[in-house]
Design a protein around this ligand. Sequence first.
Ligand SMILES: Cc1cn([C@H]2C[C@H](O)[C@@H](COP(=O)(O)OP(=O)(O)O[C@H]3O[C@@H](C)C(=O)[C@@H](O)[C@H]3O)O2)c(=O)[nH]c1=O
Length: 188
Amino acid sequence: MAFEFEHLDIPGLVIVHPQVFGDARGCFEETFREDVFAQHGIKGLCQDNESKSTTKGVLRGLHFQTRHTQAKLVRCIIGAVYDVAVDLRRGSPTYGQWRGVELTAENHTMFYVPEGFAHGFMVTSDEAVFAYKCSDYYAPEFEGGILWNDPDIGVQWPLDVAPMLSPKDQALPRLRQVKDELPFVYQG
Ligand SMILES: Cc1cn([C@H]2C[C@H](O)[C@@H](COP(=O)(O)OP(=O)(O)O[C@H]3O[C@@H](C)C(=O)[C@@H](O)[C@H]3O)O2)c(=O)[nH]c1=O
């Protein structure tokens, strides 16, 4: 099997380890197969994104869309990031909890974050290129987010430095300010 799927204790979160074939030239891996991923509930991915961060400590997040909600299959193809998902699904046994995973070009690890989560990452290398697939299209009018260091969530970010955030991300609200407006519901 070309992929190993590791289902986390927060229902819906999956770490994916692709099989990497090394040889004298370098390496090869399959990064996505509709047939295999669908067997693990990962389907309908329709948009590919890529971002480059040029400073250690860049922090993007914590993001979601309130309509055209997006599941994301994410990975880091150059450098290293610490990737975080926060469960925002009303009625979820793990509502408000977060999980983090190190994604690096070296470990080839991917992380699947379903709909109903806020998602973000912090760059832990001097630069990082981050690539991901989404299950719905970008809809800027429905962009939402939660402040990266909301104490009610308490994400343990890895770097002990002031992160570099966009002005938009610096101004995000805390979960307690928006929780009643969020549309996400745990499906069981
Ligand atoms: C996300 C996105 C942005 N853009 C544009 C809008 C803006 O001018 C520029 C940069 O957008 P942002 O500042 O929102 O980029 P960024 O902060 O990297 O946003 C991303 O963060 C990570 C954590 C996610 O989970 C993604 O879903 C996405 O929200 O790119 C698109 O055209 N399409 C897209 O899908």
